[in-house]
Every structure is written in structure tokens, then in C-alpha cells.
Design a protein around this ligand. Structure first.
Ligand SMILES: C[S@@+](CC[C@H](N)C(=O)[O-])C[C@H]1O[C@@H](n2cnc3c(N)ncnc32)[C@H](O)[C@@H]1O
Length: 202
């Protein structure tokens, strides 16, 4: 069970004030990781179970998933996982202190193919610049997609933001945590390629 099930990080009067993550997790000294767009939480719950020495926060914009995954966290007695309803494109600065995140995971973000919808994508240069402030030096950013065009666009955006330009930048051959999301499973069953981007913050 979470240490403080009713703690609400949105009770932040001063927008520049960060949530007190030390009250959210049982072991606040552990590295803080973030999954954006966790949906049914398959990946996030497995991650919390498989990596008890790390804390994982999840952001999701669809309310039904928050409650669903919160119940799983409580049922699994996971004290290193916490999810909340927040838009990753607008809430990062309010939620996370500068240089506080060790790892950020974005599994199969919505592709938004049409030109007029591209502005709805989570990963763009504004997002990456804001995220870079919240990442520790050496922090990992993992992104997976089944859409080659989206992978190429995200790769170009990453290369355009100086904080991500270093020798570790790459397409990864493997699923780094060995956990499969719903969409990944769907693609695997059909033999479709997965594009994995790994960037290390300078
Ligand atoms: C295509 S689904 C991927 C779900 C899951 N990661 C998977 O791989 O199966 C994308 C998810 O991201 C969420 N999402 C979209 N934009 C978001 C944003 N700006 N902030 C947080 N979550 C977002 C959507 O609600 C949706 O659940």
C-alpha cells in the first residue's frame, strides 16, 4: 500500500513548488523514474515489481486509467509506484524538481499522423527542453514506437536539443527493462518492427 494514499501532488499553491515526493514513496532516497502515458499500467506495475530499488511515477491524461492503476498499486502493496492525472506537456515543471529524474520512459506514444494533429504529440522539442531540466546528468530517456515516421521525427527532435547530443544516443536493439506493453505485445504477435530510442542526458 502507498505510504500516503490520499496525498495529492496537485495541492500545490505556488506553481513553482514541487510535490513532496518524499511523502509519496516509502523509500524516497531511491532513484525517481517516470513513465508518461501508462494507459492500463501493464508496464508500470511490472517495472515497480521488478525494480523495487527504484521509484516509478506515472503521468496519464485519461482519468479512467488513473483509478484502474491506483487500484493495482494498492492491491500489489507497491510502495515504489505512484500515478497521477497530468498532461506531460504542461505539468513537468510543476511536478518535478530540476535534475530529479533518473529515467523517463515513453512507450508507444500516440502517433498523430495527420499534419494538423502533429501538435498533439507528446514528444516535441519544447517537451524535450522542459524534460532536460528535470533529468539528472546521465539520466536515461527511453522511447519506443511501432511507427517509423514517428521514430524518425522524434529522433530528429532529440538531435536538435543540445542536452541530448552525446555519444550514447542510439536506436536500441533490445527492450531495456524486458517488460512488454499492450501495444508492444500486439505488434510482436504480428511480427512488426519496434523502434527504440535511447538518449542519455549530457
Ligand atoms: C498509444 S497509448 C500507449 C499506452 C501504453 N504506453 C502502451 O504502450 O501500451 C498512449 C497513452 O498516452 C496517453 N497520453 C497521451 N498524451 C499524453 C500526455 N500529454 N501526457 C500524459 N499521457 C498522455 C494516452 O492517454 C494513452 O493512454
Amino acid at each position: 500500500m502507498r505510504a500516503h494514499p490520499h496525498y495529492n501532488p496537485f495541492n500545490v499553491r505556488n506553481p513553482s513548488e514541487c510535490p513532496d515526493w518524499s511523502k509519496v514513496f516509502a523509500r524516497s532516497e531511491q532513484p525517481l523514474d517516470l513513465e508518461i502515458g501508462f494507459s492500463t499500467g501493464r508496464w508500470l506495475i511490472s517495472y515497480a515489481q521488478n525494480f523495487p530499488e527504484r521509484n516509478i511515477a506515472g503521468l496519464e491524461i485519461r482519468a479512467k486509467f488513473i483509478e484502474y492503476v491506483q487500484q493495482k498499486i494498492i492491491a500489489g502493496k507497491l510502495t515504489n509506484a505512484y500515478v497521477l492525472k497530468a498532461n506531460a506537456n504542461t505539468a513537468l515543471a510543476e511536478l518535478f524538481a530540476p535534475q530529479s529524474l533518473s529515467r523517463v520512459i515513453i512507450m508507444f506514444p500516440d502517433p498523430w499522423y495527420k499534419a494538423r494533429h502533429i501538435k498533439r504529440r507528446v514528444v516535441d522539442q519544447d517537451f524535450l527542453r522542459e524534460l532536460a531540466v528535470r533529468l539528472k546528468s546521465g539520466a536515461e530517456l527511453h522511447i519506443a514506437t511501432d511507427q517509423q515516421a514517428l521514430a524518425e521525427d522524434m529522433y530528429a527532435d532529440l538531435l536538435a536539443v543540445p542536452e541530448y547530443q552525446n555519444k550514447y544516443t542510439r536506436y536500441a536493439p533490445e527492450n531495456f527493462a524486458g517488460i512488454v506493453t499492450d501495444i508492444e505485445r500486439y505488434n510482436q504477435e504480428r511480427g512488426r518492427e519496434i523502434y527504440r530510442l535511447v538518449f542519455i542526458r549530457n
